[in-house]
Write a protein of this length. Structure first.
Length: 242
């Protein structure tokens, strides 16, 4: 495959106030066939996102004016577009903050441009897999409609971000199995290695949406020192969505 064909028309929005970083990312991706729109501030990007939906959004966390966190928070109210956050803040706490807001991936500066491209390809592969036409199916109390990208419990639809949907779908496809954080990172994020706190954050967010009492989960159980086990029947207890 020729280098310029790699992106094959994929649309990418880059929001980054550092001109050198923004120019380098945009030039690198355009040379590989991606269609890139780049912005230096959150307000302009927010206005653009009201009229268009890119295939992937690359979002700097520290922006002047409307910050990356606020832009992502607003975006997640009505859009599941894959978001890769860029930041110079590399602590685990900062990564967790970004993931809790709904980022799909997180890249700490400085980073290799090729690594960014691989992250883009990874989130797009997962999105294409989600959009493959499959018949609805049920697992325990859950009904999944892969085509519409929806999951319901006892007839009540659960509002999920893109990554939460992928995580819950993976758990539903592996009922009553003990899954390590590494298993989940590999299957849901496409990472062979990564920060286990990424899984912990998303499990906590998922429990808040499917459990009556997240502190005493009926579905998503922690297997201490190993990982997690998902019991679609509710473990014999009646879990009611709030």
């Amino acid at each position: 495959m020729h280098q310029a064909d790699e992106g094959s028309g994929t649309t990418v929005m880059v929001v980054e106030d550092d001109r050198a970083v923004r120019s380098a990312v945009a030039a690198f991706l355009r040379a590989r066939g991606y269609l890139v729109a780049d912005f230096s501030d959150g307000e302009t990007a927010d206005a653009a996102l009201r009229n268009t939906t890119p295939d992937v959004l690359i979002l700097d966390r520290m922006l002047p004016g409307l910050g990356g966190d606020d832009l992502l928070r607003a975006l997640r109210k009505n859009s599941a577009v894959p978001v890769i956050m860029l930041t110079a803040l590399g602590s685990t706490g900062h990564r967790i903050d970004g993931l809790e807001l709904g980022a799909d991936d997180y890249l700490v500066k400085p980073f290799a441009l090729r690594e960014l491209q691989l992250r883009i390809e990874s989130v797009l592969r997962r999105r294409r897999a989600q959009q493959s036409p499959l018949a609805p199916f049920a697992v325990g109390r859950f009904r999944i409609d892969p085509t519409l990208h929806r999951i319901a419990c006892d007839g009540s639809e659960i509002t999920l971000s893109g990554r939460e949907y992928e995580l819950l779908l993976f758990l539903l496809k592996n009922p009553d199995r003990v899954l390590s954080r590494t298993d989940i990172l590999r299957a849901v994020w496409g990472w062979n290695e990564g920060d286990a706190s990424t899984v912990t954050v998303h499990v906590r967010r998922l429990r808040e949406k499917i459990e009556h009492d997240p502190r005493e989960p009926a579905y998503l159980h922690t297997e201490w020192g190993v990982g997690y086990r998902f019991t679609p029947s509710g473990g014999g207890r009646r879990a009611v969505l709030g």
